[in-house]
Design a protein around this ligand. Structure first.
Ligand SMILES: [Zn+2]
Length: 134
């Protein structure tokens, strides 16, 4: 695996409560995770990283009734989702704050950031109409 595919920049930003996504350095087309070759212009250079707004829509989701990682701190059941960010890329995250029955594909969501003491930072979303005390 080359540095081209590395998510270190993305992961380090999550640790600081920022959501960075990669874009083609030549044509600025968002591509996340980073690609070896830009699907738009064919550029093979290193990506550039930009701050995403953290807003988007719920593209798909599933409810998990078992925690598969020992340090995972969300109570079961929990929601794993694919969110289509407003910048045009899709990311994985958890959706918190509402029962699964109240979630709908296409719902507006907003990123929150969870810093686990024991694990890597985790991207979490809530419905965009919710207020949270972070
Ligand atoms: Zn490009």
């Amino acid at each position: 695996m080359t540095a081209r595919y590395a998510l270190d920049t993305h992961t380090a930003a999550l640790q600081q409560g920022r959501l960075l996504i990669s874009v083609c350095a030549a044509c600025a087309t968002p591509q996340f995770p980073p690609k070896a070759r830009c699907g738009h212009c064919g550029d093979t250079g290193a990506p550039r990283w930009i701050a995403a707004k953290g807003t988007g829509e719920l593209w798909s989701f599933a409810t998990f009734h078992k925690a598969y990682l020992p340090d995972f701190d969300l109570p079961t059941p929990y929601v794993v989702a694919v969110v289509a960010l407003d910048e045009g890329v899709r990311v994985y995250g958890n959706v918190v704050g509402r029962p699964t029955a109240e979630l709908q594909v296409g719902a507006a969501v907003r990123a929150r950031f969870v810093i686990d003491r024991c694990g890597p930072p985790r991207l979490t979303f809530s419905l965009d109409d919710e207020e949270f005390d972070d």
